[in-house]
Design a protein around this ligand. Structure first.
Ligand code: SF4
Length: 445
């Protein structure tokens, strides 16, 4: 926050990959900013290029009620290991690794380049060679019952198989999900296991992580009821969710938050994959103080919890203004004073890279361009009925392509029908699927 203030940075953005982007930077400040980030323990090298990216981890790992076990420390060890490989190995493309603490699968560990899934027996299952984007694939179950302290052997095997069989010639086919397609799944698994055995006999990569108790203690104060206050598994402690509209927090809120949580013993910030952050390890009184600070721009409806990538106004890969679209739909919701749940949560990507994971959303949008009557316009494909849940993962069906400027109006119509039945969208869609498809068809090109 000190650097953001010092360099007068206009726009802060929470991404879908558990990081914070600073936009509209003056190029002159970037080197200094990177050095200051480094001094604060933030390494920016995994943020781009053909490198391992930041390792994803369920944001509430270690504090979440019902989690299988805390995967955070393993994710951090893998992150440190991979960052140290940068410069020593040359990968064909980026490598994304995730750790999941529960079947909610928030980090999409079953469809990353590499994903570790916590199991009730205290071990991990491993899925590899998955990913969204063009030609999306769910991961292949590659190993079962991995001892958590052995994860680095598997990471190294993945790095080596990627370097051996990854495509260095064609960037469009360079991600790990193309390897099993190229050499066959059977050979891929055989090779993975062969490389793994070699690494296990040649190197000592065993970790020595022992999970410890959370030191923060409750003071028996009770947090108020709020959709954004979550009880932790540690009795009497809370996490507070901050989901600013479009993932863009206001500077003033962030500054106030920083001032308050720097004084709270044991408080931590955890970034999520849904353009939001959690502040964890708060007593009831502390959670109440934090939620009040976040109140001015925190989501308080399902629609406002939607995820839209930054889109074409910022991203060079983008074709459509995904965050502009979400902004307009939220405006419609406000104009109509719809109650929470009348309009659903959406996942909107500005193009095919799937940064908002539109393919596995229950309702997702992918931006692009379409020619209508000789005029090129922004239009979004709609993906319906996808799922990210572990064991029930599925890609949504494309049910239409709609010009961007018609989508807010379509939601006005849907909202009115849902409201007239006094239901939420989730309840309405169960018995009105055909009507929903009909409405989409009315607006589709
Ligand atoms: S426009 Fe495409 S590449 Fe850019 S953030 Fe959105 S989905 Fe990702």
């Amino acid at each position: 926050m000190d650097s953001i203030e010092k360099y007068n940075i206009e726009k802060i953005h929470f991404t879908t990959n558990q990081s914070i982007q600073l936009h509209k930077l003056n190029p002159d400040v970037i080197p200094q900013l990177m050095l200051e980030a480094f001094d604060a323990g933030i390494v920016t090298i995994g943020g781009g290029g053909d490198h391992p990216r930041n390792v994803l981890c369920s944001p509430l790992s270690g504090v979440e009620k019902g989690e299988i076990f805390d995967v955070f420390h393993y994710a951090r060890a893998v992150s440190e290991f991979l960052v140290n490989l940068i410069g020593q190995v040359k990968l064909p493309r980026k490598l994304k690794v995730g750790f999941s603490n529960s079947p909610k699968n928030i980090v999409h560990a079953t469809y990353r380049d590499m994903g570790f899934i916590a199991k009730p027996n205290g071990k991990f299952d491993l899925y590899t060679a998955g990913g969204l984007g063009v030609n999306p694939e769910f991961g292949i179950k590659t190993a079962e019952d991995i001892e958590p302290n052995d994860v680095l052997y598997y990471v190294m095997a993945m790095v080596q198989i990627f370097m051996k069989y990854g495509n260095y010639e064609n960037r469009a086919k360079a991600r790990t999900r193309y390897i099993p397609k190229t050499i066959g799944e059977e050979k891929y698994l055989e090779e993975f296991n062969r490389i793994l055995s070699e690494i296990k006999s040649a190197e000592d990569l065993k970790l020595d992580i022992k999970l410890a108790e959370n030191n923060k203690k409750s003071d028996n104060t009770v947090a108020k009821k709020s959709r954004n206050i979550i009880e932790q598994k540690q009795q009497g402690l809370y996490a507070v969710k901050y989901h600013p509209a479009l993932g863009n927090p206001s500077f003033d809120v962030m500054k106030d938050l920083y001032d308050v949580i720097s004084e709270i013993e044991g408080a931590e910030i955890r970034l999520s994959t849904k353009e939001e952050m959690f502040i964890i390890n708060l007593t009831g009184d502390e959670a109440n103080k934090v939620i009040d600070i976040l109140c001015p721009d925190n989501a308080n409806t399902e629609l406002q919890e939607s995820v839209s990538c930054v889109g074409a106004t910022i991203c060079q890969q983008g074709l459509s203004d995904s965050s502009g679209l979400l902004h307009k739909i939220i405006e419609v919701d406000k104009e109509e004073h719809y109650k929470d749940g009348i309009l659903p949560k959406l996942c909107i990507s500005g193009y095919q890279s799937s940064c908002a994971a539109h393919q596995t959303a229950s309702l997702g949008f992918k931006g692009g361009k379409k020619k209508v009557d000789g005029v090129l316009m922004d239009a979004f494909d709609i993906f319906f009925n996808g799922s990210e849940l572990q064991g029930d993962e599925r890609f949504g069906d494309i049910i239409g392509t709609i010009p961007a400027d018609k989508i807010p109006e379509m939601f006005r119509v849907i909202g009115k029908e849902v409201q007239a039945k006094d239901l939420t969208f989730a309840e309405w869609i169960k018995s009105n699927r055909e009507r929903f498809l009909e409405i989409v068809k009315e607006y589709a090109i």
